[in-house]
Ligand binder design. Structure first.
Ligand SMILES: Nc1ncnc2c1ncn2[C@@H]1O[C@H](COP(=O)(O)OP(=O)(O)OP(=O)(O)O)[C@@H](O)[C@H]1O
Length: 582
């Protein structure tokens, strides 16, 4: 381990408690105050890592800098009780001393907190040991910082602020444990999400499905749509004319100011997407038309068994049917929410055969019941020509290398968007359970508070989407189905899901409640989260819990500008390189 030449000393340990954001309990943070010599050139930044001797020989506690302030001895007790003239004189002297830089009365108070790691003779270990007050505190060198913080052979997602180090993360692992992007509007959420999506497409084998209610991702990822096998899904119908499509595309999509000079290229690219069949209209059945699910069928059978008007001789056969249905569902891992399908037909044949053998009349209610189920299944087949949720789910789950990798689902209508999210997630999850595969799929939910709101209402369909997204976050990992959720207000989100996310990207969150919630969920010091208020557009705090990084260290970094990457791709395509179009 290498350190900077400047060292400091541990002066104080402060324990700070405050009520939790919901006011139900309290949280406690340990803050350490370290004195460092004052210098304008010291390599000390928010997020720098420090090592301090502990009570156990050879073991150092690792601290992260959350804030630092220059201090002058002459001003410690300089308050309003001192006459103004004297105050002015003292401040004048103090102000000069910063510039000559040699005053023995100046130093830097560094506020740092333990991040849960010890440097031991055998390397880094998780843990905490009390540090020795008054002992030496060292600053980790740039090289050691890189080794401790960044993922080896990881994917570059920007630059660590103040360290001149490229931040590399383990993207595949980040995916596994779901990702959250939280920041106030205009802080760069869509930009970061697009950067992450393009890195995922180019560095992993994951497929990505984006639910876009702001109509921005088809432009932000235009080069990726052209480069990879992809689909833009819409509920609108277009005439069979690429020019009409591209004109409408420009009118209906958000074109960032920085890309206004590229309108012609965007138009041309939209035409190319249309001509190559990458724009698909999705058929969504009318809201009232609900599919008959296995769960409903179970209920119907139970109803027949318990109904006093069901003929006595038929009741055992309904019970056999119920039992066989249960076996079929268990053997094929069919969930109650799945729509009934052709796998039911052998069971219907069998029961019909049994009924005939038992000598039941043709007009028996069990035969009518079976026959109406057959009509329903036939009807489903007839409707099957349109590109619908079921076919889309099949494309998303397709493991063939030639199958699409990027799906951008453009949904203007919020209620419809919630319904689509719910039905697509249910369909994909139930199919994955039946035909397991380990190829990862990432679902991106922008404006996640619209799909998993704190307050769900049946009327606006948020109950449906909330249940489906919660299920994806809780159980998706087992089936290699993952989520990236992005929101501007945590207070409006169903916060039960926060624990399921192991990688957080946080930028400016002006409301204290939102910051407190994050600091409690992840055990990050409040002082460090307060620093996110100083972040500029495109700067982020990355917090990972056993996911993106080799050690759980909160890191401040600047993300690349996604639009530069789009522009670069446009420029290359202008020089004859055609995005490697598929
Ligand atoms: N890393 C970055 N480098 C340079 N510019 C950036 C960066 N991130 C975002 N920006 C710019 O900041 C502006 C806002 O970004 P973006 O649309 O991604 O924010 P947002 O948080 O998604 O906003 P909203 O909540 O309104 O959708 C855009 O013009 C974008 O180009």
């Amino acid at each position: 381990m290498e350190f900077e030449s400047v060292t400091g000393r541990l002066r104080e340990v402060r324990v700070i408690s405050r009520p939790t954001a919901d006011g139900r309990s309290s949280v406690t943070f340990r803050n350490f105050v370290i004195e460092m010599p004052f210098s304008k050139t010291v390599n000390l930044n928010i997020g720098a890592l420090l090592a301090v001797e502990t009570i156990k020989e050879g073991n150092y506690l690792i601290l992260e800098v959350a804030d630092y302030v220059p201090v002058h001895y002459g001003m410690i007790n300089l308050d309003g009780t001192i006459p103004k003239e004297i105050r002015d004189q003292v401040m004048e002297e103090v102000s000069k001393s910063w510039h000559d830089g040699t005053s023995p009365e100046t130093w830097i108070d560094v506020f740092a907190y333990p991040i849960g790691y010890l440097l031991t003779p055998s390397g880094f270990k998780k843990g905490y040991l009390p540090p020795l007050p008054g002992s030496t505190v060292r600053i980790m060198s740039k090289e050691s910082f890189r080794e401790f913080v960044c993922a080896k052979n990881g994917v570059d997602i920007g630059n660590v602020i103040g360290q001149d180090v490229h931040l590399t993360i383990d993207l595949s692992k980040a995916l596994i444990y779901h990702i959250g992007v939280f920041a106030f509007t205009g802080s760069g959420k869509s930009n970061l999400t697009s950067v992450l999506v393009r890195r995922i497409l180019n560095n992993t084998n994951a497929k990505v499905v984006i639910f876009d209610i702001s109509m921005e991702y088809s432009v932000l990822l235009m080069d990726q749509l052209l480069k990879h096998k992809s689909e833009i899904l819409t509920t609108e119908r277009y005439s069979n004319n690429a020019l009409d499509f591209s004109r409408k595309f420009i009118r209906t999509h958000v074109i960032p100011e920085e890309l206004e000079g590229e309108i012609d290229r965007i138009k041309k690219s939209a035409e190319e997407l249309f001509i190559t069949g990458k724009v698909k209209t999705l058929y969504i059945p009318p809201a009232e038309q609900t599919n008959l699910t296995y769960g409903t069928l179970l209920e119907l059978l139970k109803g027949q068994i318990n109904d006093k008007y069901t003929a006595f001789a038929q009741k055992p056969l309904f019970s056999v049917m119920l039992k066989k249905l249960d076996i079929l569902m268990r053997e094929n891992k069919i969930s109650k929410d799945s729509s009934i399908d052709d796998s039911l037909i052998p069971l219907l044949d069998e029961i019909e055969e049994e009924g005939k053998k038992a000598g039941l009349k043709d007009s028996s209610s069990i035969f009518s019941f079976i026959s109406s189920l057959r009509s329903y299944l036939n009807l489903e087949e007839i409707e099957g020509d349109e590109y619908d949720i079921e076919k889309l789910a099949i494309d998303i789950l397709d493991k063939e290398e030639s199958s699409p990798r990027l799906f951008i689902f453009e949904l203007h209508n919020l209620e419809e968007a919630r319904e689509v999210v719910a039905s697509l997630l249910e369909e994909v999850m139930s199919r994955r359970k039946r035909w397991f595969s380990s190829s990862p799929i990432l679902f991106v939910l922008d404006e996640a508070q619209e799909f998993i709101p704190f307050d769900t209402r049946q009327r606006d369909k948020s109950e449906l989407s909330s249940a489906a997204v919660e299920k994806l976050l809780r159980h998706g990992r087992k089936y290699h189905l993952h989520a990236l959720i992005s929101t501007q207000r945590l207070a409006y989100l169903n916060t039960n899901v926060l624990q399921q996310l192991h990688t957080y990207f946080i930028s400016v969150l002006p409301r204290p409640y939102d910051r407190q919630l994050i600091s409690e969920t992840f055990g990050i010091n409040d002082t460090l989260l307060e620093r996110t208020l100083d972040l500029e557009v495109g700067q982020w705090l990355l917090v990972s819990f056993k996911a993106s990084l080799p050690h759980d260290v909160p890191v401040f970094f600047s993300a690349p500008n996604n639009l530069n990457e789009v522009k670069e791709a446009f420029e290359k395509s202008g020089q004859g390189d055609t995005f490697g179009s598929k």
